[in-house]
Design a protein around this ligand. Structure first.
Ligand SMILES: O=C(CO)COP(=O)(O)O
Length: 255
């Protein structure tokens, strides 16, 4: 099945108003690829409103959301607040949230369901630790995370998954194409088993030290439908070649 690629940047806790020029440069250039690749930036909460105003029509997203509509949740942000600020999507279940904020699968599922129900697109992240990979449990770990954190109903137009092996995030270590292919195929099989045709349509992104020099070969792997990019999404000069690689036809990508 032909799925349009999605290349999303995750700025994590980086960026102030001084970096809005990078957002403008990325959004401006991304328009050239409008027919072939979807591009989005998930920014720190403080930048969402300003960025959404600066680049109307370009998808600006959040990196997390609270599952509740409102209430006594100090420091948290609801779906309605994110939409009010101009966000159209959010990441949920990033490994840095799972690890550092002790988020579990059921909490991630609640966030995904709340976001989807109230009109935010979702990028739901899964991925194994180095310890789990070395113990031969990479597929089982990811399958378990999916079982616990996928929403009950899915719509491929609004949900993407991101496979991000924890040991490849910010380390410069990239999973091999064979490893990526194995996990993406396992994720696809699970999605199709559970959701049928809708599972075929869900985009599965790879994340973990993606950069211009390796994007082409990663995008050529079966069932890789784009990337979730951390460090290399902060500067237009680093990010746009990754978007370009996603727009290239498969046979010329492995360059
Ligand atoms: O965690 C990531 C994206 O969500 C990946 O980060 P890096 O691209 O910096 O490795």
């Amino acid at each position: 099945m032909q799925r349009r690629k999605l290349v999303a940047g995750n700025w994590k806790m980086h960026g102030t108003a001084a970096d809005l020029d990078e957002v403008r440069a990325i959004a401006g250039a991304a328009a050239q690829f409008g027919g072939q690749v979807d591009v989005a930036l998930c920014l720190p909460g403080t930048l969402i409103h300003r960025a959404a105003d600066a680049v109307p029509g370009f998808p600006i997203g959040a990196q997390d959301v609270h599952a509740s509509e409102k209430g006594a949740f100090t420091g948290d942000t609801s779906v309605a607040m994110l939409r009010d600020a101009g966000a159209v999507l959010t990441i949920v279940g990033h490994s840095e949230r799972r690890d550092l904020h002790r988020e579990d699968d059921s909490g991630v599922k609640a966030k995904a369901e709340a976001a989807l129900a109230a009109g935010l697109d979702v990028i739901l992240c899964v991925g194994e630790s180095l310890e789990e990979r070395e113990a031969g449990r990479a597929v089982a770990t990811v399958a378990g995370q999916l079982g616990g954190s996928l929403p009950e109903r899915i719509d491929p137009a609004h949900l993407a998954l991101a496979y991000e092996p924890i040991w490849a995030i910010g380390t410069g270590k990239v999973a091999s194409c064979d490893d990526i292919a194995e996990i993406h195929a396992a994720i696809r099989a699970l999605l199709v088993e559970r959701f049928g045709a809708a599972g075929e349509g869900v985009r599965i992104l790879y994340g973990g030290s993606v950069k211009a020099s390796n994007a082409g070969e990663i995008f050529a792997v079966a069932d890789v439908d784009g990337a979730l990019v951390g460090g290399a999404s902060l500067k237009a000069a680093d990010f746009l070649p990754i978007v370009e690689a996603a727009a290239r036809p498969v046979e010329s990508r492995a360059a």
